[in-house]
Each structure stands twice: as C-alpha cells, then as structure tokens.
Design a protein around this ligand. Structure first.
Ligand SMILES: Cc1cc2nc3c(=O)[nH]c(=O)nc-3n(C[C@H](O)[C@H](O)[C@H](O)COP(=O)(O)O)c2cc1C
Length: 183
C-alpha cells in the first residue's frame, strides 16, 4: 500500500511534535511519500499537476499538521482548494481519488478536557474536523478515524520537551498501526 503524507507546517525547524512524527514515519518500513507543502511552495501558487499525480499514485492519503485555529495551517487549505479540482475530485468526471483512504493526523496544544461541550473550546475534535470529513464524503475518499494528540505545544512553562516527543512517537505508532490495518 502506497501512502502519500501531505505535511503542512510553516516552521518545521522549530517543530517538536510534527518533526518527531515525520522522523518516526521515515524510519518505518512502510511505503510513505512525504510532501512538505511549505518547503515545496512559498506562496499560493502550487504545481497542481504534480500534486494530482502524487494523489493518483497513492492508496492512502495522510494530512499531517499542527492544529491551527481549529483547523489546518493555511497551506493545506490552499492545497485542497486547488488540487481537489472540478472533474478531478468532484463533478461529473471527478472520481479520480474515489476509494482512496484519508487519515487526518494532527497535533493539538490544548488538553482533552478543553475539547468538550463545557470545556474551553466547546467542541470535540471530531466535530471541528467536520469540513475534512465532508470533503472526504464529497470526493469519495474513505474517511478513516482521525488520529490526534493533545498537549503537544512545547514551551518551557507548559510542557517538558521530552514529554511532547514521547507523545509524538506514540502518535506516529498509531498512524503506522492504522496504515498496517488498511494495507
Ligand atoms: C497559529 C497557531 C494556532 C494554534 N491553534 C491551536 C488551536 O486551535 N487549538 C490547539 O489545541 N492548539 C493550537 N495551537 C497549538 C499547536 O497546535 C501546537 O503548537 C502544535 O500542535 C505543536 O506541534 P509542533 O511542535 O509540530 O509545532 C496553535 C498554534 C499556533 C502557532
């Protein structure tokens, strides 16, 4: 099974969680191709043909990103806007990614209790990810249970770096287990 990991992180050099996850995935024996959007593209203009070709070659697509303002970083949204085009991902002939799997894999700063109806952020993570879920339904992607990890923001006051790295390694294990299950 071929996996395409679309990584969106505007500052991977300062990342702890996503950097660790990606390093763990690179070490695995699974066939995972990583495309880091902010490294490939500096602005809004992206190579749609190359991105669609990468999608066509994959069985499973992973969107890997830090949760930003209850969604993904802007580069991933821009990528979806352009790559999931008419007659490619939707429309009368838009069946090109139908039947592939989509896994949302994201790291969050907030703790689990913040993502409850009476919590600070009011909504469960799964509810906040609904736009991705509906995008999957519209395009015929199989929406796999999202994989997410809380308490991933690293700052000396909030979290110990080694703890965040541990959580990130555990997260990567869950991603790899899910990929193995799908294969
Ligand atoms: C612009 C921005 C927006 C953020 N929005 C959220 C948010 O909505 N919810 C949340 O739990 N954490 C939020 N965070 C925290 C990040 O999710 C967290 O720092 C990240 O997952 C850590 O991963 P990294 O080490 O790979 O950067 C935000 C961080 C930034 C910089």
């Amino acid at each position: 099974m071929r996996t395409l990991l679309i990584l969106s992180h505007p500052s991977l050099s300062t990342s702890v969680a996503n950097k660790t996850i990606v390093e763990e995935l690179k070490k695995s024996s699974q066939d995972v191709t990583i495309r880091h959007l902010e490294e490939l593209y500096q602005g809004y203009t992206i190579d749609v043909t190359a991105e669609q070709a990468a999608l066509l070659a994959a069985d499973t697509i992973v969107f890997q990103f830090p949760f930003y303002w209850y969604s993904s970083p802007a580069a991933l949204k821009n990528w979806i806007d352009q790559v999931f085009g008419y007659n490619f991902a939707y429309g009368p002939e838009g069946d090109k990614i139908k039947g592939k799997n989509l896994i949302i894999s994201t790291t969050l700063g907030g703790p689990p209790e913040a993502y409850l109806p009476l919590g600070y952020n009011h909504f469960r993570v799964g509810e906040l990810l609904r736009p991705f879920e509906q995008t999957a339904y519209l395009t015929g992607l199989n929406y796999i249970e999202p994989i997410f990890t809380h308490r991933c923001v690293f700052s000396p006051e909030a979290n110990n770096k080694a703890e965040v790295e541990d959580r990130a390694r555990n997260h990567a294990t869950r991603v790899l287990e899910q990929l193995a299950k799908l294969a």
